[in-house]
Design a protein around this ligand. Structure first.
Ligand SMILES: [Zn+2]
Length: 269
C-alpha cells in the first residue's frame, strides 16, 4: 500500500500544507482529510495523483484544516462529471458531524440543482459509526472515536497492515491495549520538546515529539509517523533525533509530498 503524504502541518503552519494524505491499494485511492484550501489540488498534482482516480475519501473531523479542502475536491470532481472526464463514483466516509458538514458545504458551493444531479448518484456520503468495521479498497477498516473533547473526531485502523491513523489529537490512553504491537501508528505532535516554550496554549491539546514518541514506544509500534506539526528549520533531523531518545522503532518524520511504502503485516513472520 502506498501512502502519499500531501501535507504535514498543523492548522496554522506556514509554508507546509495541512496534514492530509492519500492511500493507494491497487487501483483504489482514498483521500484522508483534505487540508484547508485549494492547495489540495496542487498537492495532488505534485504527487502525480489524478483526482479522477480517487474513488474514496475519509474525513476525520470538521475543523477548517481538514474540511475546507473538500470544497475544492468536490468542485473539481463535479466539473469532471459535467465534462464527462469522470465516470468513477466518489464515496466520502465520516462520522455524522462530518457527513452533515460535507452535505451543507457541497450544497452551498454547488447550488441545489447541481447538488441533486450529482450527489447520491455519483458522489455518495456514507456515515460511519465508532467501532464500525467496513471493507473499503478490499481492506478492513475499523473506525474509532479518538475522543476529541471539542467535537466528534474519528480515526481508523486498517487490519491487514496494522496501520493506525489517530487523527490530530494525542492517542487516548484507553486505546493503548487495542493498538498494542501495531505496525504503523500515525501520531500528531505540535513541536519538539526543545521548542515548547511559549506554546503552552497549543500544548494543552497537542503533544511534543518526545511525548508522541513515548506513546509509540508504549504501544510497541514498529513504525511511528509523526505529523500535524509546526514548520521549523531542520524539522526532519531535529524531530528524528528527539524521537530516537524515547522510541526504539522506526521513526518517520515525513515532509509534504513524500511517498511512504506501507508494508503488509504477515502473521507468519
Ligand atoms: Zn488539524
Amino acid at each position: 500500500m502506498n501512502l502519499f503524504v500531501l501535507g504535514t502541518g498543523h492548522a496554522f503552519a506556514e509554508d507546509i500544507y495541512n496534514t492530509c494524505f492519500c492511500l493507494q491499494n491497487g487501483n483504489d485511492f482514498m483521500l484522508v482529510d483534505a487540508g484547508g484550501g485549494r492547495e489540495i489540488l496542487k498537492q495532488l498534482d505534485l504527487s502525480l495523483i489524478d483526482l479522477n482516480m480517487i474513488n474514496y475519501a475519509f474525513i476525520s473531523h470538521t475543523h477548517t484544516d481538514h474540511l475546507l479542502g473538500f470544497a475544492w475536491v468536490i468542485r473539481k470532481i463535479v466539473q469532471s462529471y459535467i465534462s464527462k472526464e469522470r465516470t468513477l463514483s466518489f464515496t466520502i466516509y465520516g462520522n455524522a458531524e462530518c457527513i452533515n458538514a460535507i452535505h451543507h458545504l457541497s450544497l452551498s458551493i454547488l447550488g441545489e440543482k447541481i447538488f441533486n444531479t450529482y450527489f447520491e448518484k455519483f458522489i455518495k456520503l456514507e456515515e460511519v459509526k465508532a467501532d464500525e468495521r467496513k471493507n473499503i479498497m478490499n481492506l478492513n477498516f475499523n473506525f474509532f472515536d479518538v475522543l476529541d473533547p471539542d467535537l466528534t473526531q474519528f480515526g481508523f485502523e486498517i487490519e491487514e497492515y496494522k496501520f493506525v491513523f489517530a487523527g490530530d489529537i494525542p492517542l487516548n490512553k484507553c486505546y493503548y491495549d487495542r493498538f498494542k504491537n501495531c505496525r504503523y501508528i500515525c501520531l500528531e505532535a505540535f513541536c519538539a520538546e526543545s521548542d515548547k516554550e511559549g506554546k503552552e496554549a497549543q500544548l494543552k491539546k497537542h503533544k511534543t515529539v518526545h511525548e508522541a514518541s513515548v506513546a509509540a514506544n508504549k504501544l510497541n509500534a514498529e513504525n511511528v509517523i509523526i505529523w500535524h506539526t509546526e514548520n521549523c528549520e531542520f524539522r526532519k533531523v531535529k524531530y528524528s533525533l528527539e524521537a530516537k531518545k524515547s522510541y526504539k522503532g522506526n521513526i518517520i518524520i515525513p515532509d509534504d509530498l513524500e511517498l511512504i511504502y506501507i508494508e503488509k503485516f504477515d502473521e507468519n513472520e
